[in-house]
Design a protein around this ligand. Structure first.
Ligand code: SF4
Length: 321
């Protein structure tokens, strides 16, 4: 992890066991090499272990989600009368303030506390399990801090999912980094403008919709517009970019250089666009080549578009997954 320095790094709340901390029920960990070795220099991790946080200790008896009278509860596996649901929710609520400035959460898959989806739930005395639960701590964070993207460690090994998550994290980080946000009208407008191509990957109408919150904004309205804007902005980013619309954006960018590129250069780009369309390469691959052409054929507006620099290149999945 990089020492705190300027510029600040995105704060990422994370299940402590994923960082190699021996906090699991059996005293072990679930270190994830991408997170500890590759991502760590580019983010500030904010570790949590909610089971330790509510005083269960290390090692500890296992706990599980269990359906009780139509409600999912967090219970001891061996002694189902021991119920930790309220303690876990209260602990989650108590952590909200310290985690509110995070730009993302990475949580441990399958955990009855940290898991964000498909967590097993015991639904009858025979031990039959459904797989539609959400860890109680993760659910509390989601409910209280809905704008902050959340992912599980395993999904981040999928190049597309990793790209989408990084894109959202770093967008929220840029928002947090706006100076003097309650008075910075120009910064607000710039933020919207520089995410134009990223938003167009979701659909032109979203760029226009968000543009209505920016148009004509005054200092007096800024605080209220900002709140509405970032809420909708993060919702729109969470929709994910469609491949078809993203190809349109890539072609639009290529159009900036169309007079300068050779036929071979154009063909090389089109081949990469096609590979991206067919899911044979992540988006960052054609973006990297477009950035190369941009360096040779500068355009200030295009250079300012975060679509081309959505997150640090070192986190790119194309060379590592
Ligand atoms: S999954 Fe969550 S509660 Fe379980 S050991 Fe990891 S950090 Fe602690």
């Amino acid at each position: 992890m990089r020492e705190t320095s300027s510029p600040p790094l995105p704060r990422i709340g994370i299940s402590a066991c994923l960082l190699g901390r021996e906090v699991r029920f059996d005293g072990g960990h679930k270190r994830d090499r991408f997170l500890t070795d590759e991502a760590a220099p580019f983010v500030e991790f904010v570790p949590f272990c909610p089971e330790v946080g509510i005083g269960l200790g290390i090692p500890r008896p296992t706990i599980q989600l269990r359906m009780v009278e139509g409600e999912v509860r967090l219970r001891s596996s061996r002694q189902p009368d021991n119920d930790y649901s309220d303690a876990m929710r209260d602990y989650g609520l108590a952590q909200v303030e310290s985690l509110a400035d995070c730009c993302g959460f990475v949580v441990k898959k399958g955990s009855p506390s940290c898991g964000m989806e498909r967590v097993p739930v015991v639904i009858n005395e025979a031990g039959y399990r459904s797989r539609d639960g959400v860890g109680i701590f993760a659910a509390t964070l989601r409910q209280q801090l809905p704008l902050i993207p959340m992912e599980e460690e395993g999904r981040l090994h999928d190049p597309q999912l990793r790209e989408a998550f990084l894109e959202r994290i770093y967008a929220l980080h840029r928002w947090h980094q706006l100076e003097d946000p309650e008075r910075n009208v120009e910064g607000f407008i710039q933020f919207h403008s520089r995410h134009k191509l990223m938003l167009m990957g979701r659909g032109d109408r979203y760029y226009r919709e968000l543009g209505q919150l920016v148009a004509g904004v005054t200092a007096a309205e800024l605080a209220q517009r900002r709140t509405r804007y970032i809420t909708r902005f993060m919702e729109v980013l969470a929709l994910g970019a469609s491949r078809g619309r993203t190809i349109n954006v890539l072609q639009h960018i290529m159009g900036f250089f169309k007079e300068q590129l050779s036929a071979d250069d154009k063909q090389e780009l089109l081949t990469l666009f096609s590979a991206y369309r067919m899911q044979r390469t992540p988006l960052i691959t054609p973006i990297t080549l477009l950035r190369h052409h941009l360096r040779h054929h500068p355009d200030p507006w295009l250079a300012g578009q975060y679509f081309l620099t959505p997150y640090p290149e070192e986190l790119s999945p194309h060379a590592r997954v």
